[in-house]
Design a protein around this ligand. Structure first.
Ligand code: NAD
Ligand code: MG
Length: 378
């Protein structure tokens, strides 16, 4: 169980909910980091009194230093600050809640310090899963997933002693805001349409990923690495209600599922309290009034991004880094109003076709694949 936690990305959706859990469970905070939100980071630092507060933006960090001059909180800026936050000795646990590949180096740093990782930043595993898991083994660092599906799988796998008994992992997928739409309809979807998720309130990038279903594809790759499963043993099922968070099917055809209200505070809390459970702020599931639970097959033709991610999962090597880098760049263009909704998948497809894959990559190969993918998107 965690006592003292550092949060990378504390001003975001996962970061803010992590602080709610930490406050409710009476844990301490060692470091808080954000990109540029000075006002919220100041508020959080005054309330939680961390040793260190970091803003990536140097100008914003200088501003924060002045604002926190009357406190004992140290302030740092830039990528070095982020690494300092990841390795602060006071913390036993680091929650990685930054968005994107920028989380890779700080995650590796925290692993090398032997910290428990509450892993929300899925892009890190998609780009460099083998490397991250290998380092975690070498340094004895526990990686506990925060992503709701992976937390569900983690819970459904507890008590399982022989991975050979697992027939497959089944990831549930809400289908996102555009479920049931045709390609012609998707073409017209705007940034505002894509940012309306039916069940979850999340940061902008993951909300767009949930609309394209790229998010589910990234999650297949994330599960592959976390649970050492080949892609053919991971299936995706549409479950509009987001009540069952994922399932494990065993070789005797038993299926173990984890259910709960759609509330990220539960998987966040379990990553911090594991192997214990305790009462917390997550909503209770009213199973008697939640209505019917439905299941369906994802439409891989219309939601091409999911198909592309499954392809990257089968290819392995740097294919995940290319997929992710291209997707991050294309989603940023979509959010800036520069490209249409369907252009995201088309651009990722083009980048994947163009960039050669390196098998058994080291960190430099992964970073090079990420750069090449972003350049290909333009
Ligand atoms: P968000 O956009 O709400 O927050 C991102 C955080 O990262 C903010 O604190 C921001 O300041 C910081 N940040 C952004 N860019 C940065 C940069 N270049 N350098 C340093 N810090 C930076 O995102 P979120 O929804 O909280 O998602 C965070 C991660 O968790 C993502 O990887 C996402 O896929 C994953 N995740 C989120 C949810 C969810 O419900 N929100 C669920 C599962 C997984
Ligand atoms: Mg998820």
């Amino acid at each position: 169980m965690s006592n003292c936690v550092s949060i990378l990305g504390s001003t975001g959706s996962i970061g803010r909910q992590s602080l709610e859990v930490i406050a409710a469970c009476g844990m301490k905070v060692a470091a808080l980091t954000a990109n540029s939100n000075v006002k919220l980071l100041e508020e959080q630092a005054r309330r939680f009194q961390p040793k260190l507060a970091v803003l990536m933006d140097d100008q914003a960090a200088a501003d924060l230093k002045i604002r926190l001059a009357d406190t004992c909180v140290q302030v740092a800026g830039g990528p070095e600050g982020l690494l300092a936050a990841a390795s602060l000795p006071q913390a036993d646990t680091v929650i990685t809640a930054v968005v994107g590949m920028v989380g890779l180096r700080p995650t590796l740093t925290a692993i090398r310090e032997g910290k428990r990782i509450g892993l929300a930043n899925k892009e890190t595993l998609v780009c460099a899963g083998s490397l991250v898991l290998e380092e975690a083994r070498d340094y004895g660092a526990q990686i506990i997933p925060v992503d709701s599906e992976h937390s569900a799988l983690f819970q459904c796998l507890e008590g399982n002693r022989d991975r050979g008994e697992v027939k497959r992992l089944i990831l549930t997928c809400s289908g996102g805001p555009f479920y049931g739409k045709t390609a012609a309809e998707l073409k017209e979807m705007t940034r505002e349409d894509a940012l309306q998720h039916p069940n979850w309130s999340m940061g902008a990038k993951i909300t767009v990923d949930s609309a394209t279903l790229m998010n589910k594809g990234l999650e297949v790759i994330e599960a592959m690495h976390l649970y050492h499963m080949p892609p053919e043993k991971i299936s995706v099922i549409i479950h509009r209600e987001s009540i069952i968070h994922s399932l494990v099917e065993y070789c005797d055809n038993a299926m173990i599922a984890q259910l709960g209200a759609p509330d990220m505070r539960l998987p966040i809390q379990y990553a911090l309290t594991w192997p214990k459970r305790m009462p917390g702020p997550a909503k209770e599931l009213d199973l008697w009034n939640c209505g019917p639970l439905t299941f369906g097959t994802p439409d891989l033709n219309t939601f091409h991004c999911l198909e592309l991610a499954l392809q990257a999962a089968r290819t392995g090597g740097t294919a995940g880094a290319v997929l992710n880098g291209a997707n991050e760049a294309a989603v940023a263009q979509f959010l800036a109003g520069e490209i249409g909704f369907l252009d995201i998948g088309e651009r990722v497809d083009r980048a994947m076709a163009q960039i050669p894959v390196v098998q058994n990559p080291g960190l430099e190969d992964i970073l090079a694949a990420d750069r090449a993918a972003r350049e290909a998107i333009g």
